[in-house]
Design a protein around this ligand. Structure first.
Ligand code: MF3
Ligand code: CO
Length: 250
C-alpha cells in the first residue's frame, strides 16, 4: 500500500482525533495511582474515549481484548489489562491507546512512574521521550524516513539501552496502521522521501537492559527477555514543509 497524503480536510480531522486522544491521556495521567488495577485503567480510558463520542481503535484489533494497552515494568507493549494486576509504588506503566474520530485514527503512548520511582527508571523514561524528539527533528518534507530512525538510534545508543527492533512506528489515517513502517534503529537504506501531508506515529520502545524481547503465552504481551524495565513514547505527527506538527501533545 502506498503512503497516503492527507488533504487539508483530512488533516483537520486528524488534528481533532489527536486532540481528543491527548485529552484522554491528560485525564489518565492525573488518575493513575498506586492501588489501581490495570483493568481499572483500561475501563477509565475506554470511558474517556467514548465520552468524546469516539471509538477505541485498539479494542478487537486483530483480536486484542481491551481498549488500552497497559504494560508494567518489564512489559514493553500490548500488556493486557487485568483485574488482579495492581499498580504499586515504584512501578512504571506504559499506556498506549488510540481512538477513531469521524473515521480518522489517532495513536499515542506514554510511560508514567507510579509514585516514587528509581533514578534508573526516571532516566529511562526521560531519554526515551528525548529520542522521540531527536528523531522528529528530521521529520520534514524532503528528508528520508530513515533519517528519523537513525536519529532515534543515535540518541539512545550512547546510553547502552536496548532498542526494541521487533515493533516499529507506522503511518496512520483512516487505518490505525498504514505504510510506512518506521524502525527505531539505524537503517542502511534511506527509506521513502517524506512529504507534507503524511501522518505518522513515531514510537521508540527502549529497554534498560538488552534489546531482546519475548511474547507471553497470552500472545500479546511483549516483555524484555532479560526482565529489565522498558519505556515507550509515541505521538502521531503531521509532516509539513517545515517543523513537524505533533498532533497528540498535551
Ligand atoms: N499502539 C500500537 C501501535 O502503536 C497498536 C496496538 S495494537 C493493539 O501500533 F492491538 F494492541 F491494540
Ligand atoms: Co502506534
Amino acid at each position: 500500500m502506498a503512503i497516503t497524503i492527507k488533504s487539508q480536510k483530512e488533516i483537520e480531522l486528524m488534528r481533532e482525533s489527536c486532540r481528543l486522544l491527548a485529552d484522554v491521556f491528560q485525564n489518565l495521567e492525573n488518575e493513575v495511582k498506586p492501588g489501581m488495577s490495570t483493568m481499572e485503567v483500561n475501563i477509565l480510558g475506554d470511558k474517556l474515549i467514548r465520552a468524546h463520542g469516539c471509538i477505541p481503535n485498539f479494542l478487537h484489533y486483530e483480536g486484542y481484548p481491551a481498549s488500552i494497552c497497559v504494560s508494567v515494568n518489564d512489559e514493553i507493549v500490548h500488556g493486557i489489562p487485568k483485574k488482579n494486576h495492581i499498580l504499586k509504588e515504584g512501578d512504571i506503566v506504559s499506556l498506549d491507546a488510540g481512538l477513531i474520530y469521524k473515521g480518522y485514527h489517532s495513536d499515542m503512548a506514554r510511560t508514567f512512574g507510579i509514585g516514587e520511582i528509581s533514578e534508573d527508571a526516571r532516566l529511562l523514561i526521560e531519554r526515551t521521550k528525548q529520542s522521540f524528539f531527536d528523531g522528529i527533528k528530521f521529520a520534514k518534507e524532503g528528508n528520508h524516513l530513515f533519517d528519523i530512525s537513525n536519529a532515534i538510534d543515535a540518541s539512545i545508543s550512547r546510553y547502552g539501552y536496548g532498542i526494541v527492533k521487533e515493533l516499529v512506528g507506522h503511518g496512520i489515517g483512516t487505518h490505525l496502521h498504514e505504510d510506512p513502517q518506521i524502525p527505531n534503529f539505524a537503517q542502511k537504506k534511506k527509506g521513502p522521501r517524506l512529504q507534507a501531508g503524511m501522518t505518522i506515529a513515531v514510537e521508540p520502545m527502549i529497554n534498560l537492559g538488552g534489546a531482546d524481547v519475548e511474547w507471553l503465552d497470552d500472545d500479546w504481551t511483549v516483555v524484555t527477555a532479560d526482565g529489565s524495565i522498558s519505556a515507550h513514547y509515541e505521538n502521531t505527527i503531521l509532516i509539513t514543509d517545515g517543523e513537524p506538527e505533533i498532533l497528540t501533545l498535551y
